[in-house]
Design a protein around this ligand. Structure first.
Ligand code: ZN
Length: 207
């Protein structure tokens, strides 16, 4: 169906590459319909579908025509993440952190990152009457780089401060800070749950 809105103009859809929010694959999205809507000098609204034939997921997008930067998308485009081999409680909690981040809910994302660490400690049987002690105890149960264990303490503090209204500075927890927190959590989960399965895959291929 073709339509026009006063003050806006129809333009031909341009190519937009992004990660599909439905299947998680990077792709140049197919246009839906013959037109996008130009709502400001360089701001374009449109619809796209995933070219992956097993997905064909639909999304609404708002993007900058010049830079091709996506300003908003629905469903939101989530950070790349491999869920393989993660225990379900760890996976569900971390996926919630990623969803909060994708929706720009940074304080909630920081809290869910911390809770992901709680789930890791529980799953690995780390003991202690608070998370700081449980992370310290975790060091006796797993082998992982010192930097990642230090990162767990940083993420614990970030989530703890985000959860308390008295820590005013965390009312402004930033996109960059949470992006780094989520990337570090991905590395922690990879070291704990995914290196082993990658090695097993390689050995199986060698026969
Ligand atoms: Zn897709």
């Amino acid at each position: 169906m073709k339509f026009t809105v006063a003050g806006f103009s129809n333009i031909r859809p341009s190519k937009i590459a992004t990660r599909c929010p439905h299947c998680g694959k990077e792709a140049v999205m197919d246009p839906v319909g013959a037109h996008d809507l130009q709502v400001q000098l360089s701001i374009i609204c449109g619809q796209r579908s995933c070219p992956n034939t097993t997905c064909n997921g639909h999304l609404f997008i708002v993007f900058d025509r010049v830079s091709k930067e996506i300003i908003a998308a629905y469903p939101p485009v989530k950070i790349d993440f491999n869920p393989e081999n993660l225990p379900s409680n760890v996976l569900n909690t971390f996926e919630e952190a990623i969803s909060c981040f994708a929706n720009s809910h940074f304080i909630a994302a920081a809290i869910m990152v911390r809770r992901t660490l709680e789930e890791v400690c529980l799953e690995r049987g780390a003991s202690g009457d608070n998370l700081k002690k449980r992370i310290t105890d975790l060091q006796t149960k797993v082998i992982m780089p010192k930097e990642l264990l230090e990162a767990m303490h940083e993420l614990r503090i970030l989530g703890n401060n985000a959860a308390h209204v008295t820590a005013q500075e965390y009312n402004n927890v930033s996109h960059q800070e949470l992006q780094a927190a989520i990337e570090l959590t991905k590395e922690i989960l990879k070291a704990l749950y995914q290196y082993g399965s990658l090695l097993a895959q390689l050995r199986a291929l060698k026969g």
